[in-house]
Ligand binder design. Structure first.
Ligand code: THU
Length: 136
């Protein structure tokens, strides 16, 4: 039997922790950092960017996806999300769908500043992500 593949989130969590410092969060004061690793080992990061018109706020995860795609990368291996929350936060529904566009099985690690971690995956967070869309 194949041994279960273990994802190393250590450097990704550190990248997400660092980019979180750049979050623009004048409304919620809830800074989030995200780091996305490609299968080739490159890391792309994002922080949340809020807006006076609350609905235009962009989450850290979608900023990271945009940065990677703009650099020509679409093959993702893992995602880390860091926030200063009691429990580690997982991507919101919109971000789950955007991440599923590129990988429906993406491993996700959520961490808080105290070092608590919660490992999941897009497969678990958003099952059947591509059903019922464009007739699929
Ligand atoms: N937020 C993220 O950036 N990522 C998450 O996973 C959770 C929520 C942001 C959106 C908003 O700026 C703030 O956190 C509060 O919801």
């Amino acid at each position: 039997m194949e041994p279960e593949k273990h994802t190393d989130f250590t450097s990704l969590i550190e990248s997400a922790r660092l980019v979180r410092e750049h979050a623009y969060v004048p409304y919620s004061h809830f800074a989030v950092g995200a780091a996305l690793r490609t299968k080739g080992g490159r890391i792309f990061t994002g922080c949340n960017v809020e807006n006076l018109s609350f609905g235009l706020t962009i989450c850290a995860e979608r900023v990271a996806v945009g940065a990677a795609v703009a650099a020509g990368e679409r093959d993702f291996e893992a995602l880390a999300v860091v926030a200063d929350s009691k429990e580690p936060v997982t991507p919101c529904g919109a971000c789950r769908q955007v991440l599923a566009e590129f990988s429906t099985t993406l491993p996700v690690c959520s961490a808080n500043l105290e070092g608590a971690v919660y490992e999941s995956s897009i497969a678990e967070l958003l099952p059947r992500a591509k059903e019922g869309i464009l007739g699929t």
